[in-house]
Design a protein around this ligand. Structure first.
Ligand code: ADP
Length: 756
């Protein structure tokens, strides 16, 4: 990754920082410099004016000295005595001895020369022009100084310092001491002004009286016009002008209030500018030096910073590679903190990497499991991207549509060959448009033949919920389809059959009704017939028995042995017939009579049974045990007596000769699971001959007997009565028996209703 152009190095930033922090200082310094410069300039001008003033004082004191010489002369005795000749001598002496004095003259009130030290005394003196300063002396009585003027005696112009000479109280004369201006030049020269500076002494009219440079050339000429103009305005100032040599100068001047004279000093402006430039240059050099030091420091510190920062790239790279992070020595506190943070981050990253590795393992395991689940699914499962390319197919898919799998691998993108129904592209589009699940059926030509599939397609989404493809599962429903078809077929045939059977049933029912009606009729007739037969049979039978008894009584002695035997047989057969008819009548009665149920005490019933069978019990020597506390049942007491009497009687009848006869009677409660109905099961158990299993059902039918009449007499009706009676009382009966061990007959009757 390359750094964008806008990224700056630490050094660059520091340099800019330095510039930014120095810039206000530089601007301030420059402004200060300008201010200082202007101040300096003003100060300089004031200094120059002061210098001019000092020079002026020197000039003034020089003139005062001249004036004092004059005053000394004026007060000389000779003068006061009016001895002019003597005074002349004195004046001559003064001219000769004093450097200051070029000449001494004396004028009277009319300004006429009365004495000239350079002219012998008494020689007539020429008339001279009137002089202002002379008039001033006479009018004011005070000393006065002339401007520069020429006199014939000297080649060069002179100035004159005049003092009054009093005679009494009156100014009698004006004593003038002539002075050469070059004395002023000397004064100027002794001031040791810097080279190039032009100092000049001007008289009250602005004429140059003395000059430090080339006085011979300019003494006697007028000062420059700007200076003359300024002199009229102010007594002291500094102005810009041009020197006599034509050099632009700054001129400072000061005019003496005492003499009206002026001293001016011209300083070339070039020099001032150079001075300023030198100051500027010094300042610039100072700033540059500061900059240079700052830059060097910034460069040095920037280097340290940059090294501290770049030093972190090594641990950062190590962090990126997942290697152990070692932070080198850095100078920057923040960099050290970043380094520490990098080390901490490295620790965290290591922990996270470990956690990630564990999660990856879990994910891989989960993926494998998921893949196993997908592959082990009997459904065809596949994923497609938005372009229809297969992303995943499971093993079932591969097995059934192997060739398509190859296409999937090559990214051919074609779909399994769909023979009809909804085209998959339409289904795919529907899924993508609706974003919901689309279900349909397809018939697909697979490696295992044509098969029906229930296909379910749903959108495949990424973790942000965007659709990225389609997820499909196709379940083989061929067998279901076939079963469905078979069921449909069966339903159709069943319906036909049901219709047919219903019709047949209807017909049969109608026939049954007819038959039933006929049967009831026949039954009625039969019952009437059997009753009639039994009844009607009894009369002749009694006749037979009566006559047999009569034969026995009356003709016993006349009958031989064979006749006797026949007669007994007739009698026995008639007895059996009698019993049979009685049993038949009882059975018939039971079948026909209405059986009203109610509470029946079994204890009571068995008491009656034992009483009725007392003779038989005694005869068979039977041991009969009846359980105590026999319950009540919901039944008919007459039928109950008949049922249990038959069972106890049979138990005693079908006994074994070799074992003592024992009969046991007890009950147990029963519940029918389906209906919840409660019953009482009554057991009658004997230790008799028993009944073979094959015969145990038969014996409950009428006239079914297992033994010969001679062995065990009976009619074969007893158990039939038991069966019919229990059924008519909503009960059941049955037997459990083993040959030569005994039989256990049971009868179930509804329990007492009030009990529950
Ligand atoms: P009968 O007793 O008049 O012969 P039943 O209808 O009472 O007629 O009995 C039918 C047959 O069932 C009997 O002939 C007998 O063979 C058999 N039987 C009935 N009770 C018993 C019993 N307690 N032990 C063995 N056999 C029996």
């Amino acid at each position: 990754m390359t750094a964008p152009a806008s990224q700056w190095s630490v050094r660059t930033i520091l340099l800019w920082l330095l510039l930014a922090s120095l810039l206000p200082g530089v601007i301030g310094a420059s402004l200060l410099f300008i201010h200082q410069y202007q101040q300096g300039r003003a100060q300089q001008e004031r200094d120059k004016v002061r210098t001019a003033r000092a020079l002026l004082q020197a000039v003034d004191s020089h003139l005062l000295r001249v004036q004092s010489v004059g005053e000394v002369l004026a007060s000389a005795d000779s003068m006061t005595a009016g001895n002019l000749a003597q005074f002349h001598e004195r004046a001559q002496k003064a001219v000769r001895t004093s450097e200051l004095t070029a000449n001494v003259v004396l004028r009277d009130e009319s300004e006429q020369l009365v004495l000239n030290a350079l002219v012998p005394f008494g020689q007539p003196l020429p008339r001279q022009p009137s002089r202002e300063h002379v008039r001033q002396v006479f009018s004011t009585g005070k000393p006065a100084i002339s401007d520069l003027y020429r006199v014939p005696q000297f080649a060069e112009p002179i100035i004159s310092v005049d003092v009054p000479v009093f005679v009494g109280q009156r100014v009698a004369y004006s004593l003038g001491i002539s002075v050469f201006p070059k004395q002023l030049n000397t004064i100027l020269a002794t001031q040791k002004l810097p080279p190039g500076w032009v100092a000049a002494v001007l008289d009250s009219s602005g004429t140059i009286v003395g000059r430090n440079i080339t006085p011979e050339k300019f003494v006697g000429t007028k000062a420059s016009s700007p200076l003359l103009h300024a002199l009229k305005q102010r007594s002291e100032d500094s102005i810009e002008s041009v020197s006599k040599e034509g050099i632009p100068v700054q001129t400072a001047y000061s005019r003496s209030p005492a003499t009206g004279w002026t001293v001016s000093i011209g300083i070339p402006r070039q020099e001032l500018r150079e001075e300023m430039l030198r100051s500027l240059a010094r300042l610039a050099a100072g700033i540059a030096a500061l900059f240079a030091i700052g830059l060097a420091l910034a460069w040095f510190m920037g280097g340290r910073l940059a090294r501290s920062v770049t030093a972190l790239t090594i641990p950062a790279t190590a962090l990126g590679k997942g290697e152990p992070v070692r932070v080198p020595r850095v100078y920057l506190k923040e960099a050290a903190e970043v380094g520490a943070a990098l080390e901490h981050a490295s620790d965290l990253l290591r922990q996270r990497a470990a956690a990630l590795a564990a999660r990856e393992r879990d994910l891989a395991q989960a993926h494998t499991r998921l893949r196993d689940v997908i592959d082990s699914s009997p459904a065809l499962i596949y994923l497609k991207d938005l372009q229809g390319r297969f992303l995943l197919v499971n093993k079932t898919y591969e097995r059934m549509l192997g060739s398509e799998r190859t296409k999937a691998r090559t990214g051919d993108g074609s779909l399994p060959r769909v023979l009809h129904e909804q085209p998959p592209s339409a289904a795919d589009k529907q899924v993508l448009q609706s974003g919901g699940v689309v279900q349909f059926e397809e018939r697909i030509d697979t490696a295992e033949g044509l098969k029906y599939f229930a296909v379910s397609k749903a959108p495949l989404r990424d973790h942000e919920g965007r659709m990225i493809g389609i997820c499909a599962a196709a379940v083989d429903v061929t067998s279901l389809k076939e079963a469905e078809a078979q069921i449909r077929e069966l339903v159709a045939t069943l319906e036909n059959r049901v219709e047919k059977r219903t019709e047949e049933l209807r017909v049969a029912n109608a026939q049954l009704h007819q038959v039933n009606a006929r049967l009831q009729e026949a039954n009625g007739q039969l019952e009437a017939f059997s009753y009639t037969v039994a009844h009607d049979l009894r009369a002749p039978l009694r006749g037979i028995q009566g006559f047999a008894d009569a034969l026995q009584e009356d003709y016993e002695s006349t009958l031989d042995e064979t006749g006797q035997d026949y007669l007994q047989r007739i009698s026995k057969a008639a007895g059996r017939m009698e019993q049979l008819i009685a049993d038949l009548l009882a059975f018939s009665r039971l079948s026909r009579m209405e059986l009203v149920s109610g509470p029946v005490s079994l204890a009571e019933v068995f008491r009656n049974v034992l009483t009725n069978l007392e003779a038989q019990i005694r005869e068979s020597n039977a041991q009969i045990s009846v359980a105590p506390d026999l319950p009540f049942v919901w039944a008919n007491s007459t039928a109950c007596l008949q049922v249990f009497q038959n069972l106890v009687s049979n138990a005693m009848k079908f006994s074994r000769r070799d074992v003592p006869l024992s009969v046991r009677i007890w009950t147990e409660p029963r519940t029918i699971e389906q209906t919840g109905a409660r019953l009482v099961r009554v057991w009658v158990e004997d230790n008799g001959i028993g009944i073979p299993p094959a015969q145990q059902q038969r014996i409950f039918k009428p006239f079914e007997r297992l033994h010969g009449m001679s062995e065990y007499p009976g009619s074969g009706i007893g158990l039939a009565i038991v069966n019919v009676a229990t059924r008519r009382m909503q009960g059941h009966c049955g037997v459990e028996s083993e040959v030569n061990v005994g039989s256990r007959f049971w009868v179930e009757l509804p329990a007492m209703r009030t009990e529950g």
